[in-house]
Design a protein around this ligand. Structure first.
Ligand code: FE
Length: 186
């Protein structure tokens, strides 16, 4: 009986340490140094894009890409209903500056989740492959930044590239899947 109680106590203590260790790691990941850094908006932002979660439309061709993740605060808590405004180049590396192709905004859900259906952006001179985004939680300032793709040879030659903005890239049934959690101040 004594031995069983000791074992249960030991197991409980171990679980507590594991739980504390995990939440400590989560705090560290979302703390000051885990924040998603801001980056230049660049020359191709256009205000007032349409609201849409899919940028796939007639005339848009390329490799399908799903970008998804969450918007979190500095304690790794979901930030609900942030506005995410995405824009990027087409498969040939061209931006639509006349219209709103491959531009659109959406609101994250109550758990901070967002989901963008689009295509793999092409490269253009001087830049590696990237997606621009502005993230604005309700009543908070906008974070303007860019997302990057792992294993791109051009990452090493791009002076704006930041490895902390790399998406986790995998293959899903519909094509490429890029995952990124935005971690904002607060
Ligand atoms: Fe760009």
């Amino acid at each position: 009986m004594q031995r069983r109680r000791f074992l249960l106590t030991a197991l409980g203590a171990g679980a507590l340490v594991l739980a504390r260790g995990w939440s400590g790691a989560a705090r560290a990941a979302c703390g000051l140094f885990g924040r998603t850094p801001a980056q230049t908006e660049g020359p191709y932002y256009k205000a007032h894009p349409p609201e849409r979660m899919s940028l796939l439309q007639a005339g848009v061709t390329g490799e399908p890409l799903l970008v998804q993740g969450r918007v979190l605060d500095g304690q790794c808590r979901p930030l609900a209903h942030a506005r995410l405004d995405f824009w990027h180049a087409d498969a040939e590396g061209e931006y639509d500056n006349a219209g709103y192709r491959l531009r659109g905004y959406q609101f994250a859900d109550a758990q901070g989740r967002y989901r963008l259906e689009t295509i793999l952006p092409g490269l253009y001179p001087g830049r590696t492959r990237h997606i621009h985004v502005k993230v604005t939680p309700p009543g908070q300032p906008t974070l303007t930044t860019q997302l990057y793709f792992p294993h791109e040879p051009a990452n090493a030659r791009d002076g704006i590239f930041d490895p902390s903005l790399l998406m986790k890239l995998s293959r899903g049934p519909q094509g490429h899947v890029g995952e990124f959690d935005f971690i904002l101040a607060g």
